[in-house]
Design a protein around this ligand. Structure first.
Ligand SMILES: Nc1ncnc2c1ncn2[C@@H]1O[C@H](COP(=O)(O)OP(=O)(O)OP(=O)(O)O)[C@@H](O)[C@H]1O
Length: 322
């Protein structure tokens, strides 16, 4: 169990993390999502006692991380896969960790096997490892102490598709055996595939927190497009419906769309009343995590007039979300 209660981190006048609260339960994978600079790493570092919080608390297995006796036997942490000693081999790295944690050295060999670094790779110096190999070694290191909690910051970075699939299977198995996993990522689709619970952070604040099925449930919003986007906008606004945001034109030639806070029927009627020919009318949502993420964190409006109300959250460049 990980419990985070109103955690805040300030660096001088800047607030990196503000009033963040969430819980990760045994048997679940919690995906911690946010664009670059959202505050994921800072939050994880505070949970692990590496960065002091300005206010708020974080506990792991009921106590602050630093109060855990031999924490590596309870919590496996991977915050920076590049932080390993470049001059040691993979096998030496894990053997040393096993020794420090007081577990048999055979466990180190088992973990090398588990992460696919047994054999030749185990004898190579870490400095010669690819980023993906370092991630695998970092995951092995986190697992050596046979912990019940895993805290992993962007573990999929540098992994190829096969590696990402492998990691997903590993984390799912760990949680299914009763473990607790907190996993940060900006790889939305990977998180969507493995997480049970999602915590979305933007600008240092939690903007969504719930089970995947709750958060991805269909919304009462409608996505609508028309041959004449400006006429559509006027029709929607004239019917006193609220435009949440614009959708960019599609690659197959449909023009700019609108996401409207109303059921499809109301939007269709508004368009019909103004004689606007629609090219698309459907419930918004169903676009998975990416759509949820964009809705929650905002996105740059497409250049067109007239403009809808500004998005509620900070602007997030789309490339930061992939
Ligand atoms: N030591 C520090 N001093 C000052 N500002 C910091 C420090 N560490 C982080 N920040 C700032 O805090 C904010 C949150 O950073 P953080 O690294 O936690 O975000 P993140 O969500 O992990 O981003 P990324 O996905 O890019 O790693 C950023 O604006 C960052 O510049």
């Amino acid at each position: 169990m990980i419990e985070v209660e109103r955690l805040t981190k300030r660096y001088g006048p800047a607030t990196a993390v503000e009033d963040v609260s969430f819980a990760c339960r045994p048997g679940t994978v919690t995906g911690f999502l946010g664009p670059n600079g959202a505050g994921k790493s800072t939050t994880m570092r505070m949970i692990c006692g590496l960065t002091p919080a300005s206010s708020g608390t974080a506990t792991v297995l009921g106590v602050p991380f630093r109060s855990l006796p031999n924490p590596g036997r309870h919590v496996g942490v991977l915050l920076d896969a590049s932080a390993q000693h470049a001059g040691r081999t993979g096998r030496e790295t894990l053997a040393l960790t096993a020794q420090l944690l007081g577990v048999p050295s055979a466990r180190a060999d088992q973990m090398l096997e588990t992460v696919g670094l047994a054999g030749k790779a185990a004898g190579r110096r870490v400095g010669n490892y690819s980023l993906g190999m370092r991630q695998r070694l970092g995951i092995a290191q986190a697992l050596v102490g046979d912990p019940s909690v895993l805290i992993l910051d962007e573990p999929a970075n540098g992994l190829d598709p096969e590696g990402i699939y492998w990691m997903r299977t590993l984390l799912r198995g760990f949680a299914d055996r009763g473990g607790t996993v907190l996993l940060s990522s900006h790889l939305l689709h990977e998180v969507e595939a493995v997480a049970d619970t999602l915590v979305v952070i933007a600008g240092g604040r939690v903007v969504a927190n719930g089970t995947k099925s709750e958060l991805l449930a269909p919304s009462g919003r409608t996505l609508v497009r028309a041959l004449d986007p400006a006429a559509l906008y006027t029709a929607v606004v004239s019917a006193n419906l609220t435009v949440i945001r614009r959708e960019p034109p599609t690659s197959d030639g449909l023009g700019e769309g609108l996401v409207v806070e109303a059921p499809a029927e109301a939007v269709g009627r508004a368009a019909a009343a103004s004689g606007v020919a629609l090219t698309e009318l459907r419930q918004a949502g169903g676009g998975g995590l990416e759509e949820l993420f964009l809705t929650l964190t905002g996105r740059p409006a497409a250049p067109a007039a007239p403009r809808p109300p500004a998005p509620a959250g900070p602007s997030v460049p789309q490339e930061a979300l992939r």
